[in-house]
Ligand binder design. Structure first.
Ligand code: K2U
Ligand code: ZN
Length: 172
């Protein structure tokens, strides 16, 4: 296992559309292990492979409360939203690739998803609450979409400008 570097806005790789996983290989399982270690270290409750510069459709997640002893690691390969509720919910979102920036985002409150697990088994299940918010946030990452894309143009332009200036300063 390895803690990998999380790429940060305005890295153009965040806008890539990640490729489907054809076969669940040992390499994919190793990547998932690295993603779990990176996610717990950040810390975060979700991570998409593109956030560590791996453009494949793989997500890791653990919604267990920090207070819970028991971790609940879950991996989602080639996840897709099959249907979404008309009912919406609002959640203050953050992103490990857009550090220390939080804004309210409205998303469908419940989604039905299909995905493959690390054993190659296909699942369909309903997600609601934080699970629904997080899985939609992560599937967006696989499509090159960031939560700031749902904000007003003013707010979006402001955050893109802030992170672009920071990147220029860091480059010297
Ligand atoms: O994709 C990521 O950057 C991981 C996010 C997942 C997430 C975003 C918004 C809402 C829920 C989950 C990170 O876990 S950001 C840190 C965080 C932690 C708890 C709740 C919200 C955000
Ligand atoms: Zn994110």
């Amino acid at each position: 296992m390895a803690i990998r570097e999380i790429i940060i806005l305005p890295d153009k790789q965040l806008r890539l559309v990640s490729k489907p996983v054809e076969t669940v290989t040992a390499q994919i399982r190793k990547l998932a292990d690295d993603m779990f270690e990176t996610m717990y270290d950040a810390p975060g409750i979700g991570l998409a492979a593109i956030q560590i510069a791996e453009p494949v459709r793989l997500i890791t997640m653990d919604l267990a409360k920090k207070t819970d002893e028991e971790r609940q690691p879950r991996a989602f390969i080639n996840p897709e939203v099959l249907s979404a509720s008309e009912e919406m919910s609002v959640y203050e979102e953050g992103c490990l690739s857009i550090p220390e920036y939080y804004e309210e985002v409205e998303r469908p409150a419940t989604v039905r998803i299909r995905y493959t697990d690390l054993d190659g088994k296909v699942h369909e299940e309903e997600a609601s609450g934080l699970f629904a918010t997080c899985i939609q946030h992560e599937i967006d990452h696989l499509n090159g979409v960031l939560f700031v894309d749902y904000l007003s143009k003013l707010k979006r332009d402001r955050v893109l400008k802030k992170f672009s200036k920071a990147a220029k300063r860091a480059a010297g």
